[in-house]
Structure formats: C-alpha cells, structure tokens
Write a protein that binds this ligand. Sequence first.
Ligand code: MTE
Length: 316
Amino acid sequence: MHLRTPDALPIAPSEITSESHYENRRQFLKDAGLLGLGIAGMGLASRDARAQPPQQGTSIGGAELKPELTPWEDVTGYNNFYEFGTDKGDPADHAQKFRTKPWSVAVEGLVAKPGRYALEDFLKPHKLEDRIYRHRCVEAWSMVIPWLGFPMADFIKRVQPLGSAKYVEFTTLLDPKQMPGQRSPILDWPYVEALRLDEAMHPLTIFAVGVYGKMLPNQNGAPLRHVVPWKYGFKSCKSIVKIRFTETMPKTAWNVANPGEYGFYANVNPTVDHPRWSQAKERRIGEFRRRDTLMFNGYAQQVASLYGGMDLRKFY
Ligand code: MTE
C-alpha cells in the first residue's frame, strides 16, 4: 500500500464541527469557484450555522461512526480508480495532473430537462451536507468516510425524469491521454455504472463533491462522483460526465467485464459470497481484526424495502 501525505492536513475527526471545518468549507467553495455564487443553504451566512453538528442527513450511525473515521491519508491514498492504474496507490500517484476545470455534465435520455450543465450550474441550486458513510469495497475492505455532497434525489427532481424512466446510468470521462489506465483494455471504457431510479432517489444516495470538508481529490473522483452507501464501492461512479435516464437496465462496466462476479445490484450482503471469496467479513482499513459485514452495509432498516420480494442470491 502506498500512502501519500496531503499538502494540508484535514480536520481531525474530533473537530468535525469546529471552526477549522467551517474554514475548510469556505476554502472548498473558493477552490470550486463557488464562493459568492449563492449556493443554497451553505451555512456561510453566520458562524452560528456551523456551530451545529454536521448534518448527517439521517440519524444512521452519524455520531456512532464519527470516532471511527478512516484517516485522510487512507481515504485519499488507498483507492480504486482503474483509469489511473490498478494498484491502490496508483490513483493518488497518477491523477494529480488530471484536469477537472472546466467540467460539464450531460443529462440525457428520458428526462424533461436534458442538457449539458457546466459543473457550477449543476451544483448551484443544491445544499451541500456532510454525510458520514460506511464504505465497503467488494474486495472485503472497508472505510468510514465523511463525504460532502447533496441528495441525488434533489437533482433528479430538478431534471424531471419521464414516467417511462426506470434506471439512471452514470458515465466517467473517457480521455486516455489523461487517464493512462484507459490505454489498456482492463475494462470496456468508459466506466459506466447505473442504479434503479428508486435507488437513485433514496435519501441516502448522494452526489459527492468533497470529502473531509475539502474538494474531492482527483483520485476520489473529482469533481463529481456518486455514493450509495449500502452497495459495494464499485457502484459509485467517479468523475461523472454523463447521466442518462433509461427504461431498460443499463450495462455496467464491471457487469460487462465479469457478469458471474459482479451483478447489477451489488448490494452489500454477507450471505452472498463473491465467487472467489467470502463476503461475511471485512477489514476496516487501518485495523488488523476482521469485522462482520452487515446486511446492506448496516443500512438495512433504511433500504431493505427497496428489494422486497427479490431473491438477492439471484439479483446479486
Ligand atoms: N469509478 C471509476 N470511474 N473507475 C473505477 O475504477 N472504482 C470503483 C468506484 N468507482 C472505480 C470507480 C470501486 S471498485 C470503488 S471501491 C470505489 O470507486 C472507490 O472509491 P474511493 O477510491 O473514493 O474509495
């Protein structure tokens, strides 16, 4: 494992609601060119707004998980982003010069408001929130990550999917000049992921633009990725340039590469093993002991109803 020391250390987990977090938020907006653009609900009007604990958006594990936050060095140094290489340290090493400005996102398919949105316009109406989520990789390691983002449902309501839309597909930038991994046929580039529309609309599903109160580092999927905390990490598409609403189930990169190993749903499920290894346990990065993996990554109460009546062995 290859770890990188960040230029500026982020806040310590114990200080997540502190002044430094507030200042990080200002820095975040400045870096993103968003300061002064009137982003809704950023809590910048008064310092009192930041005196409140960060919004977890839900009560799930927020307080309970806080002391367990995975250190910044691991969150940003141990990554899967095959466009920049297949070793965990490759993305941090090879993504530093990746250009994320200017950036735009195309919204296509079965939607009343398609179009190409400059990133600033894409983000402007949305209220950014802190969301501390468990992150479980299909490779049986896990982290706890404090994302900064906004509910995907807010964006979806804004672009108004048509009644026939059943799925949402996300596509990563295709740019082999900048992304050396795309010069090798590791996957059928560009990377594509997809969710059922109700999964995408679930309040736990977010678009993330930051982590630890700072802009997303390139290796974590800058400038825009999504996060679905009850699914294996590969469901979170990084560096998104296209969002398409469809009636039929999209083909996703890992499912195309190896359908026997990576299903469309990819729900964290300790009772359904990956064909080559057990999913019953996981190792939290930074720990030696192995923990039990929780059904739906610990979010069963919130999401199990999405899969009522489905055989999760078949729809893995
Ligand atoms: N998105 C793209 N474009 N390319 C990738 O290789 N890897 C996935 C997912 N999104 C991947 C991707 C996998 S396997 C994981 S576990 C998560 O990103 C890792 O996200 P993180 O590096 O922020 O922890």
